[in-house]
Design a protein around this ligand. Structure first.
Ligand code: ATP
Ligand code: MG
Length: 229
């Protein structure tokens, strides 16, 4: 079956604990996100934000409750369809010991060199092209990236993938204010019409989200729009 072009997300009484852990990382989360909605997720360290995004990529299965995409249980989707529906910038980005081109093609195997180069410019990583262009070797035996460069590389990957549901785990962590503004500007432009869940500790960018969710101890303790909170 063809992948849908827009994705609504329903979490229904979702609870999850990691294997061997007595306490619940997610405790009875119910949440309905409409297609195209932009949601920010806030909360102090360890409250379950990354876990929530992980479950949305089916990295783990919940012990209770379920996740539905467009009213269909997530477990009914095949791996390839799920992959085509979801783009993710994880909290810990992985750099492969490979060329810059291959590090990007991972997310978008059919992208042309022109598209890859254009995306690098948009996330402010054109500097990486200086020595050997897209053939620059990254990772072991090559160029290491700073934390901020790594995050922008992951954002470039996620945007090249161009999926209707985008999960961003602290996308602007470690970026200076002006680079952060540039990235938030870019996200606002390319996320139009896509469903977005963005975990963040930063207050900048929240006013652009339709809804802000505050978590504590695996639960949603508050939600509303920027003006209300
Ligand atoms: P931060 O803001 O620091 O990134 P977070 O809100 O993303 O925090 P999570 O990473 O979701 O928090 O972690 C929620 C809880 O689950 C924490 O108590 C954490 O220690 C625990 N946890 C996370 N990953 C694992 C794992 N792989 N195995 C066991 N426990 C885990
Ligand atoms: Mg986290």
């Amino acid at each position: 079956t063809a992948a849908p072009e827009q994705v609504a997300v329903q979490l229904d009484a979702l609870s999850f604990s990691y294997p061997g852990q007595p306490q619940q990382a997610l405790d009875n989360i119910t949440l309905s996100i409409s297609a195209g909605e932009h949601v920010a997720i806030l909360g102090r360290t360890g409250c379950g934000k990354s876990t929530l995004l992980q479950l949305l990529t089916r990295a783990w299965d919940p012990q209770h409750g379920e996740i539905r995409l467009n009213d269909q249980p997530m477990r009914d989707f095949s791996e390839p369809v799920l992959r085509s529906l979801i783009s993710m910038v994880p909290q810990r980005v992985h750099l492969f010991s490979a060329t810059l081109r291959d590090n990007l093609l991972l997310a978008a195997p059919h992208a042309s060199d022109e598209q890859l180069t254009a995306m690098l410019m948009r996330v402010g990583l054109e500097k990486l092209l200086d020595d050997s262009g897209l053939n620059a070797w990254l990772g072991e035996g090559g160029r290491q990236l700073s934390g901020g460069e790594l995050r922008r590389l992951a954002i470039a990957r996620a945007l090249l993938h161009d999926a209707p549901l985008v999960l961003l785990d602290e996308p602007t962590e470690g970026l200076d204010a002006s680079t952060e503004s540039q990235i938030l500007e870019l996200l606002a432009e390319v996320m139009k019409g896509k469903t977005l869940l963005m975990v963040t500790h930063r207050l900048r960018g929240l006013s652009r989200c339709d809804r802000i969710i505050v978590m504590d101890n695996g639960q949603i303790i508050e939600q509303g729009n920027h003006a209300a909170l």
